[in-house]
Design a protein around this ligand. Structure first.
Ligand code: SF4
Ligand code: SF4
Length: 580
């Protein structure tokens, strides 16, 4: 606890990062409370003062606390990061009133009594620092009326969600997104009406009997109410947490984990194992994540919840005259275009290199596929784009995420497939399907080249092998070689050392294939993948990786001659089906 002599010049605002901070108690002293939910513009100052491994929220909180406009900050003993932030802010001396509230893990009578004592100490210190007295009326007037939960909703759970994350979720999802993270789900019960009236009969201890007894009576009730909010993951009441996830009306959960925070990963694993509610796991480092990456996952989750991929029935002709639907899949390495007719049959398809600009690659692909089909743009009934560059393509009628399009395309190519493993040039994804081809779950690795085509290309280059040689040579391996590094840069130097040690090339390539397979299998585990497996994307051409995946998954992995076109086929078919 520290209290500087300086008084706040402006309104009395207490900043807080946790829903267990007693906002209503502080309101009794005339203070407003402000949740710390903004990401810092820069982590430079936080990196100077703290270890770089401090979680992103801790860094943002630190940057927030060091802002000259912050005069009062109340933290809770949630985790080591909070304690570290407290220590740094105290040693910097930048905040006039700084308090660490000791928070129990349990909610039994003994813990409530101890917590009441903590709240009383805070009240005394805050009263002394601010020079204000507690007003029971002001405290009681500050309670927010209970907010009824929306009937059909998606809840954002897990680590502290910065405002931009909440906004992005709300922008991309059609259902209402409720923020169930630390400061987003603050719901203290309403005080009983008797609290305002009844004096405490046994309180004669202090001079100002009304005010003192008012604070005592308030805390007698409030400590229990504050602690008995819907528990966060820091509390030991696991059953009540489960109820939050499985509550009626819950259509989906977006589970946010934070880089350098170990707490939420365990809860996510347990929840995804035990709950049937569709869940999307996202990880951020507390900064504004690449909007494109996050947006694709959220949009795909939205499409999954809305059941877009469940339109897995046979495509059918419609309306008068010929129908032609164009699907374009704009990937990092290639752009694929497919035209289907009104019966859902493929009329023409092309695969062209994307090149430096997604829009130019798409233009080339569209010109070529139209030429091949003997059609012009005017003959097209609908144009649908997918893939990471989908937003950059001119003249499209709609866009659908690659997750939904791959699912539809895979169901067309291999109707029985239950898991799609797609490894492209820059990302990899595993999509689990139901029997009708609807997406039940998916996971993407789009943060680094590890386990993708780019990783294999870079290591092939380091070994001076063409891609063709690289795909074949690994099948002739004799001895297991373990490539321990998944980072492309480190793996390249590992490969160079193995070559220098005269390790046979076939063994090294097999080691690389196995490392990609291992990384993909761990993604597959997260979506409860099951056979039959279909592999799509450019790396499906690499028979060494396909065999390695079969080894790791313990089941056959099939490919299809058109598997590279899977996304574009799916886009065209979903477009066709949308025509009704
Ligand atoms: S995890 Fe719980 S205790 Fe920790 S900051 Fe969030 S709400 Fe508070
Ligand atoms: S994200 Fe994790 S480590 Fe960071 S403050 Fe929250 S609970 Fe603590």
């Amino acid at each position: 606890m520290t209290q500087n002599e300086t008084r706040p010049e402006r309104g009395l605002t207490v900043h807080y990062p946790c829903k267990y901070v007693p906002a209503e108690l502080l309101a009794g002293f005339g203070a407003g409370c402000w949740p710390c939910t903004h990401e810092a513009e820069s982590f430079d100052r936080a990196d100077e003062l703290a270890h770089p491994n401090l979680c992103g929220y801790g860094k943002s909180l630190l940057a927030h606390a060091l802002d000259p406009s912050v005069h009062a900050l109340v933290l809770t003993s949630c985790c080591d990061v909070m304690r570290r932030v407290y220590d740094i802010v105290r040693s910097e001396g930048s905040v006039d009133f700084l308090w660490m509230l000791d928070l129990p893990h349990l909610r039994g009578p003994r813990e409530v009594a101890r917590f009441r004592g903590e709240l009383m100490r805070l009240a005394e210190a805050f009263g002394a620092w601010s020079g204000r007295e507690f007003s029971l009326d002001a405290a009681l007037a500050s309670f927010d009326p209970p907010v009824p939960r929306t009937d059909e909703r998606v809840t954002l759970l897990g680590a502290h969600a910065p405002l931009s994350l909440v906004d992005t979720c709300r922008d991309e999802l059609s259902l209402h997104v409720e923020n169930g993270t630390c400061t987003g789900f603050r719901q203290v019960a309403s005080p009983p009406s008797t609290l305002a009236r009844a004096p405490r009969p046994d309180c004669h201890a202090c001079g100002d009997e009304n005010e003192a007894s008012g604070l005592d009576r308030f805390l007698d009730w409030y400590a229990d109410a504050l602690l008995n909010q819907t528990p966060c993951m820091r509390m030991d009441d696991v059953a009540a947490r489960g109820a939050l996830i499985d509550a009626p009306g819950q259509r989906g959960v977006i589970y946010h984990t934070m880089k350098f925070c170990d707490y939420y990963g365990f809860e996510y694993l347990e929840a995804s194992r035990t709950s049937e509610v569709p869940m999307l796991k996202i990880e951020t480092d507390g900064t504004r994540q690449s909007a494109g990456q996050l947006s694709t996952r959220l949009k795909a989750f939205d499409e999954t919840l809305r059941g877009m991929a469940e339109t897995g029935g046979d495509a059918h002709a419609h309306a008068d005259g010929p129908v032609y639907v164009l699907g374009v899949d704009s990937g990092s390495t290639s752009t694929d275009a497919v035209i289907v007719d009104g019966d859902g049959a493929i009329v023409a398809s092309v695969i062209v290199p994307t090149g430096a600009k997604a829009s130019a690659g798409a233009r080339r692909a569209i010109e070529e596929v139209l030429g091949k089909a003997g059609l012009t743009d005017a003959d097209l009934t609908l144009r649908v784009a997918t893939g990471y560059g989908r937003g950059a393509i001119d003249g499209m009628d709609s866009t659908i995420t690659e997750i939904t399009c791959h699912a539809r395309g895979a169901h067309f190519l291999a109707p029985g497939a239950r898991t799609i493993i797609d490894i492209g040039g820059q990302d990899s994804k595993v999509i689990h399907l139901d029997e009708a081809g609807g997406v039940t779950n998916f996971v993407m690795n789009d943060k680094c080249a590890a386990g993708t085509g780019r990783f294999l290309e870079a290591t092939a280059r380091a070994m001076e092998l063409s891609l063709d040689e690289f795909c074949r040579v690994g099948l002739e391996w004799k001895h297991d070689v373990k490539i321990s590094s998944m980072c492309t840069v480190f793996a390249e130097s590992e490969v160079v050392s193995l070559v220098a040690d005269d390790t046979p090339v076939a063994d090294i390539v097999h080691g690389l294939d196995m490392s990609v397979a291992g990384k993909t299998a761990s993604l597959a585990k997260r979506v409860k993948a099951e056979p039959p497996y279909l592999m799509t994307g450019g790396v499906a051409q690499n028979v060494g990786v396909v065999r390695a995946l079969e080894d790791v998954l313990g089941a056959p992995v099939t490919t299809h001659e058109d598997s590279q076109l899977c996304g574009a086929i799916g886009a065209a078919l979903l477009g066709l089906e949308s025509l009704g």
